[in-house]
Design a binder for this molecule. Sequence first.
Ligand SMILES: [Zn+2]
Ligand SMILES: [Zn+2]
Length: 1020
Amino acid sequence: MTVKFGTASEKGLNASYNPLELEKGIREFWETNRVQQKLEFFKEKNNNGILGYVEGPPTLNGIPHVGHARGRAMKDVHYRWKTMQGYYIPFWAGWDCQGLPVELEVEKLLGVKNKRELLERVGMERFIQECKKAIMKYHKEWVAADTKLGVFIDQDKAYWTYKDEYIEREWQILKRAWDQGLLEEGHYVVAYCPGCQTSLSSAEVGYEGAYKIVEDPSLYFKFRLAGKRDEFFLVWTTMPFTLITDTMLAVHPEAEYAKVKVKDEKWILAKPRVQPVMQELGIEKYEVTETVIGKSLDGTGYEYPFKDLVPEQAELEKKHALVHKVILEDFVDVNTATGVVHQSPGNGEEDFFAAQKRGVPIFAPFDDEVKFTKDAGFFNGKFARDTDTMVIEELRKRGLLVSAETLKHEYPTCWRSHHKLVWLARKEYFLRTDKINSRVLEAAEKVNYFYESPKNRFLSFLREGKPWCVSRERVWGSPLPIWKCRECGTETVVASKKELLARALEKAPADFELHKPWVDRITLKCEKCGGSMRREDFVLDAWHNSGASPYARFTDEEFKKFVPVDYLTEAMDQTRGWANTLLLEYVILTGKAEPPYNSFLLQGLTQDARGRKMSKSLGNIIEANSALEKYSADVFRFYVLRKCPPTDANDFDPGELSRRPYQVLSTLYHLSRFFAENSEFDGFDPLKHTLESAKRGKQLKNPDLWLLSRLQQTIETYTANLETCEFNVALAALEDAVIEDLSRLYVPMVRKELWSDDPETLGRRLAVYSTLWHVLKTVTLLFNPITPYLSEALHQNIYRRLDPSLPETVNLENWPKPNEELRNKQVEEDFQTLFNIVSLAYSARQSARLKRRWPLSKMVIVAPEKKLKALKNVEDLLLELTNVKTVEYAQTPPREVGEEGWASATETDTQAFVDVHRDQKLLGEGVMRDLARRVQALRKELGYKPTDVLDAVHIAELDKETTQLLQPYLPEMKELTRTKNINLPTKREETATEWHEFQLDEKKIYIAIDAERKEAADGN
Ligand SMILES: [Zn+2]
Ligand SMILES: [Zn+2]
């Protein structure tokens, strides 16, 4: 025999696991052979069922980071796994293109500061073109990351939320809302961003990170009671500008209010607040003269102090009797501030409702930039928050100011631009989702969220059930499809481009599209009065845009086939975002209490290694593309899924990738190569040498039966945990199968058998190969959803090479199912006992400093009958693994082990005793094994494969005693090291060869290997 290099199995798999290189090759294979397209085409034609899917569209205003990549890996896991189970999934991409985030990005690019400048300097047409350009730039980055990550999403079938055909279908949802009376125009108090110059939905106000610590005035001031010279209500506010729109004062009806004498004045405030407020104001001399119940203050008038500055305020008093009067409201909290709350219905939600239910007019004199209009008199043209200091000054002049300090507090800011939000009563369009809240909740209850806490968070958010403000005063968005008659006020909702163009009074230009400004140029004729109808100048909330996707991205036929979709997964912040709007729009569309998705996994955030949020300001964002150029996609995918439950925050630490995750994949890789090399050497043919044939030939032994049985449990546990999205638990089972079952336990049990090339034992070796073929191939399939590159590489280079009838891609293989016939509870139990005893024997050895490689003559096991029976079933292995020659069993310790010369270890009801005495024979065998181990290490280091047969091994400078001990074991050593000759020269000089130094029990020895290196004749 000669040394064989470059056997067939080596063609595609390098000696070392280099995942980046491997992945590049597989990517080329997928692309050249159009594997992804073929897979989709095949499953569409041949499947066991359809699982609908709609892509949660990434917003194209930024570059994907590792957190996005983690989420996309979770989507791909589901796709590949369910596809292997035989389902067809329309795994088609989608992109969120419109809305404020994109507009702000483009404004920045164009160097525009606000909307007015944008419209004047840039113009809408050009702005729309720039928005389209901007999203394409980011689109490239996202596709590149998907490709590297190995995500098999169909990019050709992607939907784009800005396209006319998508917008038309979004309009149809609004039309459904309109027909059900759920789309309304109304004055409402909305959160408004002065920077972005648009209102925000209440969901947006609650976004993580929206609340910031800001500095505001902290103002105590007085309102004089009407007709009293020295009686006042004491009021506190952080927003002095709201005094300009002040309309009423609210007190709690049941609470006690005190009249407090301060100098010559009487101040009214909530009784529990007297002491703390006086202390805060530094007033030591005061006296409570009277206490009244809030109720008794009902209707008390007060003097609005700025009637000279804001003449409209005097007009308001004429319009409604309650203007500038005290009202009773339960929402008043008498444990903060003064318990007397000034009401600005134009600037506060509760204030607005309080005014609305009493019919009190809403005074909101603001323009789009939140500047006061001429109705605000003296304050005309001033930005609302800029009047804070003016108001304070005016109060001071009038002797009404008590104290003006500043305070830092948490205040909501715009999630995009971080301007302080202002609450404003504005004319907006609302989806009255509050009216269908019970149906929405019922639908949400039917969804599987996999984990309790995201479910509870989502449901409690939905319970708020507020109306959804869907109008936005912006440009780059789906236009609100409402046209309103300028004469009689009649409104109509248009539901398609065709309908719009058919009803248009003017011919649409060639470049017409469903965007501003084109769509605003279309006027319709009022059917009621013949007047001209113009579009209401709003675009839709971008969340409405993306939330329409389950309907808008499909055709009618596809919608019927794919929705409700089976499984969605998005980041936790989509609780208030996409998860919410999908549900609301679907309930509106169908009118039913049904969700558009059967399950929804909300993922935890990805943070940096120190557990901090990734942010631009910290500079700790790890971009997906640069990370995937540096680190393997397979290792990345395994790492992010294995590390923690998907709902937990994941502290992404690049340093961890190369540790355990790499080790697991590398072990699978090398086990597979080990199998391939050995089996090929013995001419293993998977079609001929099957498990069945091995069984028939009675060649399957206990280790094989044990491994096959363990595999069934692995399949079961793994699949069950994928079903419940416990990816980390699933992967722990898979990791165990590779590291424990295969690498640490099974291979050491059979390695010696594989080592032989005796034709007499070929049948046994083939049985081991058929076991390894079955187990490793199955494990490779189980890994495919997680590590698609590695699984494909093993499929192509090992399994498909040995069995060309296998499918063209690993993705076309079937998902493994547990095979009950291969389960063997008895063997598993016996082996569990065996492994426990083996480690007990190791402990006993350790206590006597006896290396595991040194054979011992005798061991005594003391254990209950049942355990002993199990051990007798696997006695060969017990002797082999513990490296002793004979074993005795007993239920109580025999007398001999109590004497000198025994080492022992105990665990509960079990004891292992080993005979520490080693005679010449045992010493010789021990030396042989020590040396054999060093030869093996050297073989590996020099690049020999396990199947290579060496011409000679030389071991020099052993002392005389060792050489004598070793002599009888040379034949066995030859076999162990696959060597034809072993030479033992006393001096190195006796043999001209390349020596390598080793240590043997404090002494230096030298080993050399001779082999005739020949290229294999098979064309390499
Ligand atoms: Zn903003
Ligand atoms: Zn009309």
